[in-house]
Design a protein around this ligand. Sequence first.
Ligand SMILES: CC(C)(COP(=O)(O)OP(=O)(O)OC[C@H]1O[C@@H](n2cnc3c(N)ncnc32)[C@H](O)[C@@H]1OP(=O)(O)O)[C@@H](O)C(=O)NCCC(=O)NCCS
Length: 153
Amino acid sequence: MQNQLHRATVSDIKGIHAILLKGAEEGQLLPRSLSDLYNRTRDFYVLKDGGEQIVGCCALAIVWEDLAEIRSLYVDTSIRRLGLGRLLAQACFDDAVRFGLRRIFTLTYQSDFFAALGFQEVDKDCLPQKIWADCIHCPKYPNCDETAMQRTL
Ligand SMILES: CC(C)(COP(=O)(O)OP(=O)(O)OC[C@H]1O[C@@H](n2cnc3c(N)ncnc32)[C@H](O)[C@@H]1OP(=O)(O)O)[C@@H](O)C(=O)NCCC(=O)NCCS
């Protein structure tokens, strides 16, 4: 069946929670609590397998007047390298433009993927302090080994 992109609804949150746990097991993503995810429902796009099974997700979090973050991007291992990560990210870029935001950043271990999407590595210090608020929940805090990348839309 054809994978389909949707805006998330609250009924998708448990599925998003489950696939983000897989990303955490791969060591690529931070797990997120159900409470945090329900709060952030409007940030998410999901990819479904043609039925109700969630096989990918991505969120755009607005951070400041000129800055948004791409976060919680995950594509199931069985369907990687088919352009679906790009599709999810592009849906978030389109949202950013719709909200008048031109600068997008991410913290990632997947620099090559984000470079393919037009991101460039930046010094973490050029990102506002506010973005580190979530990081206190990270087991690696304060020794972040992710790469900060950004692109202008
Ligand atoms: C990163 C991830 C979302 C990529 O999803 P995907 O559907 O496989 O990516 P796409 O097929 O859309 O790839 C888009 C481009 O990135 C490249 N790319 C994808 N994964 C790559 C990788 N691991 N290394 C190098 N390039 C990669 C593709 O070749 C493609 O480039 P092209 O269009 O120039 O050919 C997926 O590997 C994943 O879910 N990883 C685990 C979670 C994660 O790391 N998320 C990012 C956290 S910020």
